[in-house]
Design a protein around this ligand. Structure first.
Ligand code: T1G
Length: 700
């Protein structure tokens, strides 16, 4: 298929790319662009050139599938330099999302026309790299240093309306059918004026001294903690300010290659593709029927119920919330409105939009009112008896074909489904708190869940902007099952020798958003306490948790009561080491006859992360997750695992599974409560394979 073709209208050449799905700048596209632009530039019948793309978007960037493979000419910088050097005016016609190399191609054109709905951006930093085809040099010149620096380091998508205000886009058109004519018209008008090269624009370097860049560094330090690429992006923009274009481009190239060589880039590319794999489900195809979801019922208007409901309202779906008491219902709806009004303060919403969103909500005290809902999700108390009562009611009132979903975070969906007359319509939809913010949704496929119910849930996840990962039924599904092992390692690390703050600091420095013990205090120590009470002392490692249970019994339930593992000043969420806790740990270790020996941070991290990996491999082998990369997506999007490490399974691959097996055996020798090494890791290690190999060989 010809990916690049040219036509001539009047005396204007139109070079069009057609490389679905996103016109990625593959080798064929790059080669075609150089060939056609050079041919049109040499053609006496042509006075100016327009570059446009067919399909849904202007070039959405370099072809990421080519990364990690030997480079193929022409490189994107070659393409960009060819276009910019053209003696005839070149106009870019932008629509969709002109991102990364796509925007760099547009910046090498001399003028830019855009469809008003289009977006531009330089999101390379999200892939652990930086704009490597002149973006760090040209964007500061045409958009201003401050705007470019923010765009390059954040990787955010920018409306062309904003880019137009910056001077980076010359003209906006309202409708798609106006785009090409406007680009041709502008090209014609510019024939006499000739090319206007972004690279020729100079920057007043005096305005942007080291203090300016250091202040910017400080402003992004928290958000970019642990990431390698953001600093390289800043250095590249500094080069744009302090060097002529040719030198700046060389500096950009060097910094780009340093990023490409850093393991974080491979990890972030892994996450990019992993998130796009999750919707590939065995047995589900484009032909699988889907059910129409026009109205959603939510049982429970508490924090979870309200947050879940907002996702659907945000996607334009009508929501009916059910509570047993009017004041609880009123309170729930008030909290939802409050959440939306906070977005008004931050400028993300207008009050009019809040009213529009709230108009999608209705409330009821009667189950019967849910009889016209297409999907009903319960978010009630995590007790099986209560869930079964709710599902019995739903079975009575829900219309035929309604999907019945539980938001349970670890209970058995098969058991819940069996309490209805329609198990094929029952599924798990496990949202993560705050449900209107966290991107992860675990879609739990029960034994009898019908394919069309599952397919509907997978599509619905995308519609409500969640990353929907399908899990099988087991205690805690994927994330919480792994979390229980991580929590055990952090608890045992304390009783066997490390201070809570040492364990937390080690995992925080690894890249977790907060340490496991701070997280336990935030979630509430009483949750784990009640769970352990319910399963009984013979079914968990009491040595690891008795010290925490003593804290709960002393009323120290965590942040919510101002004391848990840590102490908290009035109104503060900052954890402070607690003498009370230290005393409990000391007493407990003496009672258990443990001589406490602190471990180094690296040893703490190794145990905590490999506990995740070992459990993840068991989940994978049991078929409770379809891919190792799905497990990475769960842990990065639901539990804050640093994306720049690619998720626990990718991280294990980077260590080498033979090394992982050796370490796990060492841990088991040290403490038999580790259980067993996952046979799947042993097998892959013995075959010299990785989890990535497993995914390739078992591709859904
Ligand atoms: N290369 C290859 N494939 C890509 C791709 C890309 N750049 N972008 C998307 N795809 C595939 C994706 O894997 C999926 O495939 C399909 O297209 C639809 O994507 C030198 C080096 C454009 C906003 O980072 O942000 O330029 O799963 O499901 O939700 O400076 O894709 O269907 O087989 O995401 O509508 C910079 C990355 C590259 C943009 C569309 N560009 N892409 O979102 O669809 S680095 C980016 C996106 C660079 C230069 C450097 C999004 C999108 P499949 P999708 P979407």
């Amino acid at each position: 298929m010809t990916v690049i073709s040219s036509t001539i209208e009047g005396r204007i050449a139109i070079v069009t790319a057609d490389n679905p799905p996103v016109n990625a700048l593959s080798q064929a596209v790059r080669e075609g662009l150089v060939r056609e632009v050079q041919a049109m530039a040499a053609d006496d019948a042509v006075d100016a050139i327009v570059i446009a793309c067919a399909g849904r978007t202007f070039f959405a960037g370099a072809d990421i599938t080519e990364f990690g493979k030997p480079p193929m000419n022409p490189s994107l910088p070659d393409v960009v330099e060819t276009i910019e050097a053209t003696e005839k005016p070149v106009v870019a016609a932008l629509h969709g999302t002109a991102l990364g190399g796509g925007l760099e191609v547009a910046l090498s054109c001399h003028y830019r026309v855009a469809l008003k709905s289009a977006k531009v951006g330089l999101p390379e930093v999200m892939l652990g790299i930086l704009p490597g085809a002149g973006g760090t040099q040209r964007f500061p010149r045409i958009a201003g240093v401050e705007n470019a620096l923010d765009a390059i380091v954040s990787g955010r998508h920018i409306s062309v309306v904003e880019a137009h205000k910056w001077g980076a886009v010359d003209q906006l058109v309202e409708d798609a059918d106006q785009l090409l004519p406007a680009a041709i018209k502008l090209a014609t008008e510019k024939v006499s004026e000739g090319p206007r090269r972004t690279g020729d624009i100079s920057i007043d370097s005096g305005k942007y001294d080291p203090a300016f860049f250091n202040a910017f560094r400080a402003s992004v330090a928290k958000k970019t903690r642990g990431y390698f690429a953001p600093e390289q992006c800043i250095k590249a923009v500094e080069a744009a300010v302090n060097m002529p274009l040719a030198e700046g481009l060389k500096a950009e190239r060097r910094l780009f290659m340093e990023c490409m060589g850093n393991p974080q880039s491979a990890a972030l590319r892994h996450m990019f593709f992993a998130e796009r794999q999750v919707s590939r489900i065995p047995g589900i195809t484009k032909e699988t029927p889907r059910r129409d979801i026009k109205k959603v019922g939510i049982i429970g208007a508490g924090t979870m119920g309200g947050g879940i409901a907002m996702n659907f309202a945000n996607a334009g779906i009508e929501v009916m919330m059910l509570e047993l008491q009017q004041d609880a219902l009123d309170r729930g709806l008030k909290v939802v409105r409050g959440n939306y009004e906070r977005s008004v303060k931050s400028g993300r919403l207008t009050m009019g939009q809040v009213d529009e969103l709230m108009a999608r909500f209705t409330g009821t005290l009667s189950y019967d009112a849910l009889s016209d809902c297409d999907l009903i999700i319960e978010a009630v108390f995590e007790k099986m008896e209560i869930k079964k009562q709710v599902f019995a009611e739903l079975d009575r009132v829900a219309k035929k074909g309604a999907i019945l979903a539980s938001n349970t975070s670890y209970l058995d969906i098969d058991e819940i489904a069996a309490s209805t007359s329609r198990p094929e319509d029952v599924i798990g939809l496990h949202f993560f708190s705050p449900a209107n913010v966290m991107r992860l949704l675990e879609i739990v496929r029960a034994e009898k869940t019908a394919d069309d119910v599952l397919a509907t849930a997978v599509d619905l996840a995308k519609k409500i902007k969640k990353v929907g990962v399908v899990a099988g039924v087991c205690h805690g599904f994927i994330g919480n099952r792994m979390l229980s092992k991580y929590g055990w390692v952090s608890a045992i690390s304390v009783i066997s020798g490390n201070k809570p703050e040492e364990v937390d600091a080690a995992l925080f420095d690894f890249g977790m958003p907060m340490g496991p013990l701070t997280m336990a205090d935030m979630a509430g120590l009483d949750i784990g306490y009640m769970n352990r009470q319910s399963i009984g002392r013979d079914n968990y490692d009491t040595r690891a948790f008795d010290w925490q249970d003593k804290l709960v019994e002393a009323g120290r339930k965590g942040l919510k009561v101002g004391a848990g593992i840590y102490d908290y000043d009035e109104g503060s969420r900052a954890p402070k080491p607690s003498a009370f806790t230290e005393n409990i740990i000391d007493e407990e270790s003496k009672r258990l006859g443990i001589t406490r020996t602190p471990k180094a941070a690296g040893d703490i991290v190794e145990r905590a992360i490999l506990a995740l990996v070992n459990e993840g491999a068991k989940i994978l082998a049991e078929g409770k997750a379809y891919r190792a990369s799905d497990i990475d997506v769960v842990y990065a999007n639901g539990y804050g695992f640093p994306p720049f490490r690619g998720g626990p399974m990718h991280y294990a691959d980077s260590l080498g599974l033979d090394a992982v097996v050796k370490k796990l055996h060492g841990f088991i020798k040290e403490d038999s409560n580790w259980g067993t090494v996952a046979p799947l890791i042993e097998k892959l290690a013995a075959e010299g394979k990785t989890f990535a190999d497993f995914d390739r060989e078992n591709a859904a």
